[in-house]
Design a protein around this ligand. Structure first.
Ligand SMILES: *[C@@H]1O[C@H](CO)[C@@H](O)[C@H](O)[C@H]1NC(C)=O
Ligand SMILES: *[C@@H]1O[C@H](CO)[C@@H](O)[C@H](O)[C@H]1NC(C)=O
Ligand SMILES: *[C@@H]1O[C@H](CO)[C@@H](O)[C@H](O)[C@H]1NC(C)=O
Ligand SMILES: *[C@@H]1O[C@H](CO)[C@@H](O)[C@H](O)[C@H]1NC(C)=O
Ligand SMILES: *[C@@H]1O[C@H](CO)[C@@H](O)[C@H](O)[C@H]1NC(C)=O
Ligand SMILES: CC(=O)N[C@H]1CO[C@H](CO)[C@@H](O)[C@@H]1O
Length: 312
């Protein structure tokens, strides 16, 4: 009994730790130019970043805005994951707005993918255009057990394919969003999530997501999970339910037949930058190792103190 509760606690602790991972992610700061402290651009940017968290929350999870006049005009966009409640959306955009200035202190353009939100800003108009670069990949470091691989791979791509179709119809409350799960064995399930920024068209959402799903095998092939992150869309899968299960999709749960107009659907975009994914790998993997050690030490201490209590 003690052992099972110990395992539960350790697992819960590990999962909660893994949710903090994105804070350790290096953030792509574009090299399109820099601005200096106290400049008009800096002031416009600070104004936008400080107002984004409340505005995105008030606006139901998405907000795009701009401030100033050319050449110092700043465009900013924030999007929360479709299953987030307002407090979590606020926290994520708040944290991301602080992190983005920390990671990219003087870049005129930058993007950050928080655990639950995307935040971007630029000196050019970024609204309404589908973008797939920069590209970020966050694999779950755990290898999937090899006996399951073929069945798993097939199930994963079936699941993600139907989520892409469902999300790109735009029926969700936050427009392009879908979550779902599928059994890949009699006792195991894979869970998926896809989302596009609502400013792009259905067709562009589909193109972006199909590219992201195609990138899953290079990002996290053979792994128990992974996130492919792009400016206009994200695709994410895990072997546990990482999204809020109370999220109710407004579209039917039955698989949706793909629209015929998508027969000519373009293939995945090329020229994707994988340097960030390598960075993420080298940074995230050692951190996960360290966290595991801390969690185990913590669990052992818990067990000891529990035994002390029991023996009294
Ligand atoms: C920025 O402005 C503040 C207050 O106006 C001033 O104290 C600070 O020295 C300035 N910093 C730079 C780098 O110019
Ligand atoms: C936000 O994006 C939409 C869609 O691209 C655009 O029509 C709108 O003007 C933008 N809002 C602001 C404040 O720029
Ligand atoms: C995971 O798989 C890769 C190759 O598929 C292998 O190199 C690596 O050692 C494995 N890691 C663990 C922890 O089993
Ligand atoms: C699917 O997996 C779950 C456990 O995740 C299990 O309880 C359920 O029986 C499985 N369903 C089928 C149809 O295999
Ligand atoms: C899994 O299947 C997809 C599509 O069927 C394929 O592109 C991918 O390379 C496969 N990945 C692995 C690790 O087998
Ligand atoms: C639409 C909206 O909520 N706009 C608000 C964005 O944030 C600024 C500053 O906090 C407010 O003044 C706006 O009203």
């Amino acid at each position: 009994m003690c052992n099972s509760s110990l395992i539960t606690i350790t697992l819960a602790f590990l999962i909660s730790l893994s949710l903090c991972l994105p804070l350790a992610q290096p953030e792509p700061c574009s090299n399109t130019g820099t601005f200096s402290t106290n400049s008009t651009y800096a002031n416009n940017l600070n104004l936008l970043l400080s107002s984004l968290p409340s505005n995105v929350t008030a606006n139901g999870g998405l907000y795009n805005t701009s401030a100033g006049q050319d050449p110092n005009k700043v465009y900013a966009l924030a999007l929360c994951r479709g299953d987030l409640d307002s407090p979590k959306c606020y926290t994520c955009t708040k944290t991301s707005s602080l992190d983005i200035t920390k990671h990219c202190p003087d870049q005129k353009e930058a993007i950050i993918w928080g655990q639950d939100c995307i935040l971007r800003y630029s000196n050019r108009n970024i609204f309404g255009t589908m973008e797939v670069l920069p590209f970020n990949c966050v694999p779950n470091p755990t290898n999937i057990s090899s006996t399951d691989l073929d069945q798993f791979n097939q199930t994963l791509y079936n699941l993600m394919g139907s989520l892409v179709t469902q999300a790109s119809l735009g029926y969700s409350r936050i427009k392009y969003f879908a979550v779902g799960d599928k059994n890949y064995s009699s006792s195991k399930k894979v869970y998926g999530l896809v989302q596009c920024t609502p400013d792009i068209s259905q067709m562009d959402c589909r193109i972006c997501l199909e590219g992201a799903v195609a990138d899953i095998s290079s990002c996290s092939g053979g792994k128990e999970g992974g996130r492919v992150l792009k400016p206009s869309c994200i695709a994410w899968f895990e072997l546990f339910q990482f999204y809020d299960p109370t999220f109710v999709s407004s579209s039917p749960t039955t698989p949706v037949i793909p629209p015929t107009s998508d027969n000519s659907s373009p293939t995945k975009t090329s020229r994707e930058n994988s340097s960030t994914s390598r960075l993420v790998f080298f940074v995230v993997v050692p951190i996960v190792g360290l966290m595991t050690i801390i969690a185990l030490a913590w669990a052992i201490l818990q067990k000891k103190s529990k035994q002390n209590v029991d023996s009294k």
